[in-house]
Design a protein around this ligand. Structure first.
Ligand code: GTP
Ligand code: MG
Length: 295
């Protein structure tokens, strides 16, 4: 019988390339939030993929970007901090035709890296003309990658190929997590993330980037209904007004659109109470950031 393999595999890459979407495809269910807007992911999150003979601990990371404020510096530190524990790095890009300047800098910082780095070119469904071939060729020329795999996370294309390719790179070893554990975060975190995803979807400009969500409490009533109280934390009065919306319309929309997703996650009916709280300047204060977006 083949030896059991276990490895920690990080997914890194610029913001918005589809890292979280890819991991949801690998896991076969929506565990991570995604967004057409950049910088959706703020934490390192482990998703655990277990079969009879292997366990792959995938680490989703916040997208790499040029930092523009304290929160964004914190998020970037989170991404790079995740590097240490990895056995294999999946570096994700999109078929933009050539190595982006940003990727060139990141890849140079990985000079001398001995761990295998595998390139995933995601969003191949959007590639026009020779863009995919040119992307593969140009990234290959950097000499940093052991393998290059084109994929489409939204269309589920080549996801199996990634899993097959990873296998020989995983060290032998016993499982690190119980077979039925899929994510290393408590339910409260997942609920807060689903709410934050909706805030991301319905707000614009700086609002999504200065909003955090905290689940204050959750408890199951005798009749099985789960009561949840969550705070949407903003950093100014005007943002509070925006999120509540005229006659409370926007916050109602956030609540009604997220409810079915939370119910699916918990397998129970819920009563959701959302409050908007102001913590002025929280995105500029390390302690507040740690509390509201900490790892
Ligand atoms: N067309 C297409 N869109 C995709 C694909 N994969 C992801 N997307 C979209 O790209 C956007 C960003 O996806 P995310 O998974 O949030 O990207 P991310 O890399 O996790 O972003 P950050 O967390 O900000 O770093 C979303 O709108 C996805 O639906 C793909 O294969 N094809
Ligand atoms: Mg993400």
């Amino acid at each position: 019988m083949a030896k059991h393999r276990t490895g920690i595999v990080g997914v890194l890459g610029q913001t918005n390339v589809g890292k979280s979407t890819f991991l949801n495809a690998v896991m076969g269910e929506k565990l991570l939030i995604t967004s057409p807007k950049p910088q959706a992911t703020r934490n390192r999150i482990r998703c655990i993929y277990t079969t009879d003979d292997e366990q792959i601990v995938f680490v989703d990371t916040p997208g790499l970007h040029r930092p523009h404020n304290q929160l964004s510096r914190h998020i970037l530190r989170e991404a790079f901090r995740s590097l240490r524990e990895l056995d294999v790095i999946l570096y994700m890009v999109a078929p933009w035709g050539s190595v982006s300047n940003y990727d060139r800098t990141v890849l140079e910082s990985l000079d001398g890296e001995e761990r295998p780095i595998i390139l995933l070119v995601n969003k191949i469904d959007t590639a026009r003309g020779n863009a995919l071939e040119e992307t593969l060729l140009d990234y290959d020329r950097t000499g940093k990658f052991r393998e290059l795999i084109p994929i489409s996370a939204t269309e589920g294309k080549n996801i199996d190929e990634v899993l097959r390719t990873l296998r020989p790179y995983l060290p032998n070893g016993p499982a690190l997590f119980p077979a039925d554990l899929k994510i290393d975060r408590p339910t409260e975190f997942l609920v807060a993330e689903l709410i934050r995803e909706k805030v991301f979807a319905v707000t614009f400009q700086e609002v999504p980037y200065k909003t955090a969500v905290l689940v204050k409490w959750m408890h199951e009533r005798d009749d099985g209904l789960v009561e949840i109280r969550a705070d949407i934390v903003v950093d100014s009065k005007s943002h509070k007004g925006i999120i509540i919306g005229t006659q409370g319309k926007l916050i109602k929309r956030i609540g009604s659109s997220v409810r079915p997703q939370i119910e699916a996650l918990l397998g129970a009916h819920i009563y959701l109470e959302l409050m908007v709280k102001i913590r002025r300047g929280w995105t500029k204060d390390e302690n507040e950031i740690e509390q509201l977006s900490g790892s």
